[in-house]
Structures are given as structure tokens and as C-alpha cells.
Design a protein around this ligand. Structure first.
Ligand code: HEM
Length: 352
């Protein structure tokens, strides 16, 4: 059995990751302009935030970003997983970029630091071989003649049915997580708990990150019955008052029941309750001007854009390093925009 925070890396993993890169590039719609992200293409706002590390953290939690009480300016991109209509069930993302973070990052030399989270505690794929299998099934379904023959049914539903029969039918755990993931219908991005689902280092520990909203303090708003209801909710609430989240870490305390290599397995909160590391404050602002929406379109988030003290762990995270880099580079190249990290000054100028 592995030790705490220890990875188990299969020998053939790199070959499979290379296949996953090719599969993810194939998901880009290269005909549209701009070419958008293959996943989480739609965003609801490009939000300015302060990421304030808690004072008085115990020594065991004081690593990397959390070594000293300090405040970082941050940008948050809230997104849908797949849906263009926010009224449909879907996964929802929260990608956080901290500015002016000193120290070497694992991905590349830069001053930013990324966290990527979803509105589900578990990820619906266990490991790299399974993800390759799922994408094979998905790409075959997209190329199949069957959705064309069943033209009277929604194409997405038919493709999902094909994926079910070829991949998911004998995987009840994954199917249950996937169903939960694609049925979430929040009224606002600001009242949802987000999770890393996969583990990261906090110094010598392995942790899963989560971000918990202070729901009671949120400004009231009237829900809009439109495809962009989450953008409206975000703009209305941040126009009416500050929003706040707690940034938490759940420590791995048992290598057997809290595995590193399988994000479909829950880590028991009774065994290891999440602990607060920072407050994220979203001041009153207008987060969805045309300029800010365009700015967010050209950004890229990557779990490996981080300090070594927060190294991503587990096979799914190992794969994301190459996949996110290749897909982001490709869409930037096709859009004719440079792929580079933003500066705080240019982001603040758009919020002025
Ligand atoms: C091997 C597994 C995974 C693959 C192949 C994958 C693939 C991708 C790709 C291709 C993108 C778009 C990248 C870009 O063009 O900049 C993306 C974005 C994203 N992924 Fe994943 N993903 C994986 C696992 C996960 C996991 C475990 C999470 C859970 C937090 C996650 C959450 C997100 C979010 C929130 C975004 C949007 C980031 C943004 O705002 O730009 N993904 N993913």
C-alpha cells in the first residue's frame, strides 16, 4: 500500500496521456471564431477578488502560499462544463488565478498561481486508462451514423446513450457521479461549494481543496429565465454587495480509504474535516463587461501553474498538465492571440 501523499504511476501512463491529448484536441470546434475551450467554454464573468491567507494557522498547515498571512489579488472565472443554456443541468467551474505570487511554478516561469475547482466533490473518471476509454466512446458516438438516423431526438441525448452502452453501463460508481455532475442547476455561481476533486500537496501533506460560500451574506437578486441566467445573477449580486468564500483543505489522513489515484472515491469528512486556509472576498463590481468577458476568453488555467509545495497529485492531474497545455496552445494559435499570463495591472485597468 502507498504511503500518505504517495503517487502510484503506471509504466504505460505517458502513452495513454499522449492519446488523451489527441482526443482532447479533436474536441475543439476549429470552425468557430474565436475557437473556444473544448470544455468549460462558457463563462459568466471575470471577477476581481482578494485571496486573504488566514492569520494564526497552525504550523502543519503553513506551507507554500499559506506559510504567512498575506493577501493576493485574484481573478475568478466561473464557467459551465458544457451547456450554453444555463437553465440546463451541467457541471460548473470556478477557476482562480492569483497574481504576484513569488517563487518558481511547476508549469513555467510566471507570477500567477492557479486553482481549478468544480461544483462536485468527486470526479466521474477514476484514472487515465478509463478517461481514454470514455473519450474513445464519445468520439465514436459523435462520428456514428446513429444520431443522424435518430434525427428527431436531441443529438446530445443520442450520443450520451451510445457512450452509456459502450462505456458506462458496467461502471455504476462513475455513472452515478456523472449523473449528479450533469444535473446541477444552481441559481447563482456565488452560492455553490466548489471542489478540486483531485488531490494536491500542502507541503508534506496531500489535500483536496474546496471553496465554501458565505451564502447568508449574499445580496438578494431576482432570477432571470434566460440562457445567461448565471451571468445575470453574478452581475446583480456583485452589483449589490460583497461576496465571500472560505478556501479549505481536507488533509489525507488514511492512504487506504482516502486514495491519491482515484477521484471517484469520497474522502470521509468525519475522519478529516476540511480546514480553513484563506478567505476569498469578491468586492462590489461589474464582472461581465464586454472587455472583461473577452479578457477571460483568452486566459488559460492549468493545475500545474503552481508552487512545488502545491504539486498536483494522481493520474488525472498528471494527464492534465499535457492536455491543458496542448489544448490552450492550439486555441490561442488558431485565434491568433498570444498565450501568456496576464498582469494584475492590465486586469485592474479593465475593472476601473
Ligand atoms: C484527465 C482529466 C481531464 C481532462 C482531459 C480535462 C480537460 C480539460 C480541458 C481540455 C479544458 C480546457 C483547457 C483550455 O483550453 O484552457 C478544461 C478546463 C477545465 N477543467 Fe478539466 N479536464 C480534466 C479533469 C478535470 C478535473 C478533475 C476538474 C475538477 C476540478 C476539471 C475542471 C475544469 C475546469 C473548471 C475547467 C475550466 C478552466 C477555465 O476556467 O479556463 N477538469 N479541462
Amino acid at each position: 500500500m502507498p504511503n500518505l501523499a504517495e503517487e502510484t504511476i503506471p509504466t504505460d501512463e505517458l502513452t495513454l496521456i499522449n492519446r488523451l491529448v489527441v482526443q482532447n484536441l479533436a474536441l475543439l470546434n476549429e470552425k468557430e471564431r474565436p475557437v473556444r475551450r473544448g470544455q468549460h467554454a462558457k463563462h459568466h464573468g471575470c471577477v476581481l477578488a482578494d485571496f486573504e491567507v488566514e492569520p494564526g494557522l497552525p504550523d502543519e498547515l503553513r506551507h507554500g502560499l499559506f506559510a504567512e498571512p498575506k493577501s493576493f489579488k485574484a481573478l475568478i472565472r466561473f464557467s459551465n462544463g458544457e451547456a450554453r443554456d444555463d437553465r440546463k443541468g451541467d457541471a460548473h467551474g470556478m477557476a482562480i488565478k492569483l497574481f504576484d505570487v513569488p517563487g518558481d511554478k511547476l508549469l513555467e516561469p510566471c507570477d500567477t498561481h492557479d486553482f481549478i475547482l468544480l461544483d462536485q466533490p468527486l470526479f466521474f473518471i477514476r484514472n487515465v486508462p478509463d478517461y481514454v476509454g470514455l473519450f474513445d466512446a464519445l468520439l465514436k458516438a459523435k462520428a456514428s451514423i446513429i444520431p443522424k438516423l435518430l434525427f428527431f431526438m436531441p443529438r446530445f441525448a443520442v450520443e450520451l446513450g451510445l457512450v452509456y452502452f459502450s462505456f458506462l453501463s458496467d461502471r455504476p460508481t462513475e455513472l452515478a457521479i456523472l449523473k449528479r455532475t450533469v444535473s446541477s442547476k444552481p441559481e447563482t455561481p456565488l452560492a455553490t461549494t466548489y471542489h478540486s476533486t483531485t488531490p494536491y500537496r500542502l507541503g508534506p501533506h496531500a489535500v483536496r481543496w474546496s471553496v465554501v460560500p458565505a451564502v447568508a451574506d449574499l445580496a438578494k437578486f431576482t432570477s432571470a429565465n434566460t440562457p445567461d441566467k448565471l451571468r445575470h445573477a453574478l452581475a446583480m449580486q456583485l452589483g449589490g454587495g460583497e461576496a465571500r468564500f472560505d478556501f479549505m483543505a481536507q488533509l489525507q489522513t488514511d492512504a487506504d480509504s482516502m486514495p491519491i489515484e482515484d477521484p471517484t472515491q469520497p474522502w470521509d469528512a468525519a475522519k478529516s474535516p476540511p480546514r480553513k486556509l484563506a478567505t476569498i472576498r469578491l468586492p462590489v463590481q461589474r464582472p461581465d463587461t464586454r472587455e472583461l468577458m473577452d479578457f477571460c476568453e483568452n486566459l488559460t488555467f492549468n493545475p500545474w501553474r503552481c508552487l512545488a509545495e502545491h504539486r498536483p497529485l494522481g493520474g488525472i492531474n498528471r494527464a492534465r498538465r499535457q492536455v491543458y497545455t496542448a489544448v490552450s496552445n492550439r486555441r490561442h494559435e488558431l485565434n491568433g492571440v498570444p498565450s501568456r499570463e496576464p498582469t494584475l495591472a492590465e486586469f485592474l485597468a479593465l475593472h476601473a
